[in-house]
Design a protein around this ligand. Structure first.
Ligand SMILES: CC(C)(COP(=O)(O)OP(=O)(O)OC[C@H]1O[C@@H](n2cnc3c(N)ncnc32)[C@H](O)[C@@H]1OP(=O)(O)O)[C@@H](O)C(=O)NCCC(=O)NCCS
Length: 208
């Protein structure tokens, strides 16, 4: 058992998954911190939702992880708060031992990361995500039950929705959104929204 107390920012569905990942990996979760006052005093599992994110600032000595699925929000918190961010990998995930994982990154149950990949900071590799050999995943990316084929990449803040796939060596640009079930057969430009199989750009960065 690692026996370290970790605070989780957020108290919604993703925070619950993050907490269960921490517990499965042998950490203790000290509490949840969320700016929704209606949640304060309630519990997730048997762990209290203690108070606001501001309340957590007074506790400089604990380690913290962000349990929020929205990429912009994670970026904002990670760049404005000065915490000792923890990285966690579920024991039922597999990450090749030479793959670097950035700070604050969560690798959920069933996710697989193959050799040669690089994974940035505050990334979510959600349930059953797969990142194949030599992929690059930038900071604040969220890969839900989605798949990056060999040599593919997702730049900072990109979101790969449920069941989406990026074909080999292709790129999803920064802050782009690849919709549920969509297949990227070409590069997806930064800031755009792409849907369908093959994925079509329905909104470019200027409109998005
Ligand atoms: C892109 C997304 C947000 C669209 O949702 P929406 O805005 O509610 O879309 P609507 O249901 O209003 O559909 C609008 C149109 O787009 C189409 N469409 C919606 N999602 C689509 C998708 N993923 N692929 C292809 N077409 C899609 C609809 O069929 C509809 O077409 P129509 O106007 O011809 O009938 C949604 O598909 C998606 O990807 N959600 C992400 C879910 C997810 O992964 N969450 C993370 C969990 S960890």
């Amino acid at each position: 058992m690692k026996q370290r107390d970790i605070a989780v920012i957020g108290a919604g569905g993703h925070a619950k998954v993050v907490a269960s990942t921490l517990l499965a990996a042998g950490y203790r979760v000290s509490g949840f911190y969320d700016d929704d006052a209606e949640k304060w005093g309630k519990y997730i599992f048997d762990i209290p939702i203690v108070g606001s994110i501001n309340d957590l600032k007074s506790n400089k000595y604990c380690q913290v992880i962000i349990g929020l699925g929205d990429n912009k929000t994670r970026q904002k918190l990670a760049t404005t708060l000065d915490f000792d961010w923890i990285t966690v990998v579920h024991p039922f995930a597999w990450v090749h031992p030479e793959v670097p994982l950035g700070v604050g990154t969560v690798v959920c149950a069933g996710a697989i990361v193959q050799p040669g990949a690089t994974i940035g900071s505050h990334v979510i590799l959600n349930t059953k995500a797969s990142v194949d050999h030599d992929c690059h995943v930038g900071n604040y990316v969220h890969i839900s039950v989605a798949h990056l084929a060999g040599g593919a990449s997702a730049d900072e803040g990109a979101f790969l929705a449920l069941g989406s796939t990026v074909l080999p060596n292709l790129n999803v640009g920064a802050w782009a959104f690849l919709g549920a079930g969509s297949v990227a057969t070409k590069n997806i430009p930064p800031g755009s929204i792409a849907l369908g199989n093959p994925a079509r750009i329905i909104k470019s960065a200027v409109e998005a």
